[in-house]
Design a protein around this ligand. Sequence first.
Ligand SMILES: Nc1ncnc2c1ncn2[C@@H]1O[C@H](COP(=O)(O)OP(=O)(O)OP(=O)(O)O)[C@@H](O)[C@H]1O
Length: 479
Amino acid sequence: MTLTVRPGFDYTDIRRRAMQSLFENLDTLCEGTIVVDGDARIVWINDRYARRFGLDSPDQAIGREVEAIIPNSQMRAVVESGQPILLDILDAGSETFIVTRLPLKDDDGKVIGAVGFALYDQSRPLQPFYARLGKLQQELQHARQRLAEARQAKYTFSNFVGTSPAAMELKRAARRAAATDAPVLLLGETGTGKELIAHAIHASSHRAARPFIGINVAAVPESLLETEFFGAVAGAYTGADRKGRLGKFQLAEGGTLFLDEIGDMPLAVQSKLLRVLQEQELEPVGSDKVVPIDVRVIAATSIDLVRAVDEGRFRADLYYRLGVLPLTLPPLRDRLQDLELLCEHILEDIARRNDQPQRDLASDVLPLLAQQSWRGNIRELRNVLEQAVMSSDRPRLQASDFRGLRHTARAPASPSKNEVSSLEEAMNRHEAQLIRTALERSGGNATLAAKVLGIGRATLYRKLQTHNIHLNSETQSQY
Ligand SMILES: Nc1ncnc2c1ncn2[C@@H]1O[C@H](COP(=O)(O)OP(=O)(O)OP(=O)(O)O)[C@@H](O)[C@H]1O
């Protein structure tokens, strides 16, 4: 067809010249030019490109399948699909090219081949972009790695120090829980190691390679809790921001979500959480689409959850759902047998963190520590040891370095209200109970138990006989 839109101008000729000039310019300016036929066999390749791929002359390439000369070539894909690849990176062994590939069509529009131009090699004009890209990629990789590390479990069961029967039983039960996928409810006073055990359960579960995400329910303002948990789509007004954001459930996908202080969760959020746990899917705030989730939940609380249920502050159905595997962490005062080991472990940690030699404890310190009530449990023990380390230069800490700790025996438990008996009988029973408790808490160490009770060791042995209390051979060997 001859176009004569404007007299004196042959548009077909101009188009032909434009194409020819484009081809010739690209051929001269480019690192390489290649033309293949409908079977992706090389019809033409320029000198420079042929040499790049180890040929002495372009003739050696003619008629051969393009991949035989350029192993990663995508020319066949262009021939087969008829679609251009306008910008791509061709990895050619030690070199990388920016390439463009166009299909060649006959007058009927049938694909009869393709032409490819290697625009630049990376050592030339794109070098600054490559450098920048490489740097950004490296930064991204580091950031991803840091994030992945932050989302890994920080502790394993080996970090849970303790060999007392109570600690061993807890670890056994927690290991059993780790082998299942059921929700776990960690109960216990503050500082007993609930968070540590949550990490350890995740670390030895089949989800270990996936994220561990923790959230302290009590620390998040009520108005933000829903978004924090379930996320929000862009545009949903959540009081925090208008941008969409992922919730902790989505961040924990495939892994474990640790809900600390679950007892502080408002009732409205409890209902939504229950639905999510039941349905295994959630709706981000402001969205009408459900997102399936695969997350194992470990919840923890230091409040009396049964009482919260009785008082209507915590949903009974959620309590049962979360409490499939309840684990109660023993308070420190019920495992004083572990006191020495814990102190050693904590003092070692303090020394490592401060890059100082490790301190140890004089013989009068453990009995003093054993007398404390430890309401803050191991966290409080750590604080007390840290303070003593800071306030003293002695390599062996003395009782006098523990200012603020009092030498007082803790109040004994009160006898049951239902018991009615003679005073002598009650006193005897009470004394036996006190001795048993002291022995239990001092891990069977009679010297420690005698100190806690404020009596001599000989007196203790006499009383053991009177009350027919036996020491097993394992604990006797420590006296
Ligand atoms: N058995 C243990 N062995 C060693 N360290 C422990 C042990 N239990 C707790 N700790 C340490 O005591 C501190 C408090 O533990 P953690 O935060 O796990 O307690 P928690 O029960 O979750 O407390 P809270 O209820 O206040 O959140 C941490 O530094 C933890 O590493």
